[in-house]
Design a protein around this ligand. Structure first.
Ligand code: HEC
Length: 135
């Protein structure tokens, strides 16, 4: 007898709730659909744009990948090797930022990296942080 009484009670509650909402039901359903849709669009766009970090995009726009790649030595050392050599510490970051902006040679060999004097310190710092975060 008990489950029957309970479910009758639940049904009665649902029925009453529906009844009292009945007049606004359509509007509620429509507005929640409208609310959800744009949210989903925003979330998926975010996912795409955070997929590549700002640093990676900056490096693609610049010339870094002409001489560097993540895992293979090209004209310059691979970013993997650079990341292994330097701990991600403030001093190292500053040193590498200066090196990218001013260019130089002698650390990895005789071939110089040319200067990137048009690069801002902020952008170069993002690049270095990205390079040193590579495992
Ligand atoms: C013309 C080729 C070339 C380009 C373009 C280039 N690099 Fe280099 N890069 C080198 C070479 C060669 C070295 C090694 C220099 C040395 O031995 O001191 C180097 C070294 C480095 C180092 C390590 C520096 C050190 O002292 O250990 C970093 C970090 C780096 N490059 C980042 C970049 C970034 C970021 C860019 C794009 C903005 C870039 N490079 C563009 C050739 C290049």
């Amino acid at each position: 007898m008990k489950p029957f009484t309970l479910s009758t009670f639940v049904l009665a509650v649902i029925f009453t709730a529906c009844q009292s909402n009945n007049s606004s039901e359509n509007t509620v359903a429509e507005s929640s659909v409208n609310e959800i849709k744009p949210q989903l669009t925003v979330e998926s766009t975010n996912e795409i744009s955070t997929h590549k970090s700002n640093a990676e995009l900056l490096m693609e726009k610049s010339d870094c990948y002409t001489c560097h790649s993540i895992g293979t030595k090209l004209i310059g050392p691979s970013f993997n090797e650079i990341s292994k050599k330097y701990e991600n510490k403030k001093d190292n970051v500053n040193q590498l930022v200066d090196k990218i902006i001013n260019g130089g040679s002698g650390v990895w060999g005789e071939v110089p990296m040319q200067a990137h004097s048009q690069l801002s310190k902020e952008d170069a710092t993002e690049m270095v942080n990205f390079i040193l975060s590579i495992e």
